[in-house]
Design a protein around this ligand. Sequence first.
Ligand code: S3P
Length: 434
Amino acid sequence: MSVYKGEVCALPPDKSISHRAALIGSIAEGATEISNFSGGFDNQSTLGVLQACGIDIRQETVPGVNGTATRKVVMHSGGLWSFTKPEQQLMCNNSGSTMRMFAGILAAQPFESTLVGDSSLMKRPMKRVADPLRLMGAEVNLSPDNTAPVVIKGMKALHPIHYELPVPSAQVKSLVTFAALHTEGESRIIESLPSRNHTELMLGLQVEGLSDGRQEVVVPGRLTIPAKPFHVPGDPSAACFIIALGLLSQGSEILLRDVCLNPTRTGYIDILAGAGAGISLENIRLTGGEKIGDILVRYSPFMKPLRISDPAVVANIIDEIPMLAVLSACATNEFELHHAAELRAKESDRISALVYNLEQLGFICDEFTDGFAVTAKDTVPTGKVSIESYSDHRIAMGFAIADKVLPTELGIADAGIIGVSFPNFFEIIENLAH
Ligand code: S3P
């Protein structure tokens, strides 16, 4: 087994911020320059649908730090209504963020459009998209089981809305925000469990705390958004897999540079630190409203099992649960998760996917409706174990890390899906291996 040492300077640019920078650029007035844009398939899908709706976008490769190559995106728009009716269905591939957030903008365009995706995305819930947009006056049709295709008959005169999110979802918060920007009048979006807040930060929107602990995003209508440059920091949800590798591999020490440390994204770092992981933050600063810094991790042989049951914590770590589950199982043979039913609606049913694959590795699991537990490890299987990624990048990455740290050899089906968010995943691991 290898020791992993060194610095990571080419972490994938944050997926959530890349999507939002492109979407905001498409409704801003003027030329938007986005440095360090993600080359992940999901973010490229967002650029693809924007181009299919007439937005002029150019991508170029520019040198980054330590000999790395980064992407610069330059896009031009005339403001909120700069889109043209697409000639074909808009293909979002695997990207739920593309489909859901762009739906908010399409709802305000005076034409009909249809959003489709790959077989995983076509199974994901879209009623949460249709409900607020219908209340705002758009006509949205879904298939009978409330999944895509999402057919939107947009209209320019959408109504403002006061909307309480039925599920903690930054995608839904953002799609309502994007739609609300096009209305005449103020909208308010209420969330009881705070979700990632990049859209609010990037648009400079006011967020008010309510007396009962909920919070409200205030969206002024018909906002003129002047184009401004964005820089995308490293993705903490990608970093977490490299962090797990460092924590689990004897003798390892890894420094991850320039990672987004927005507190709505770093719940997993607090959980790891609380469980005895050797993890610390360095060189913290604020860039473009986002907290950024470096993460140092060291091999940590005495971590405690992770037990997660607070719904507010779950909302904050939703994308990192596959990593936390695999890490806790590999380090301690134990893990416990509750109040995470939303995990069943991700790129795969992540509760079933984690339980199935952990059981292949000999872990004893107990599956609940809203979570699961790992209680022990049985006989370690002999020979190569097949892992089913369910075409889900985070399941594939979680078990690719298990492959590096467990004595069992794993074969991961459809590992290419990792390119959805982390195209240089194996290259980074190889460069760190000693
Ligand atoms: C995202 C929000 C989360 C997350 C997804 C990205 C975003 O989804 O799982 O990977 O960028 O807003 P939900 O909004 O469905 O919770």
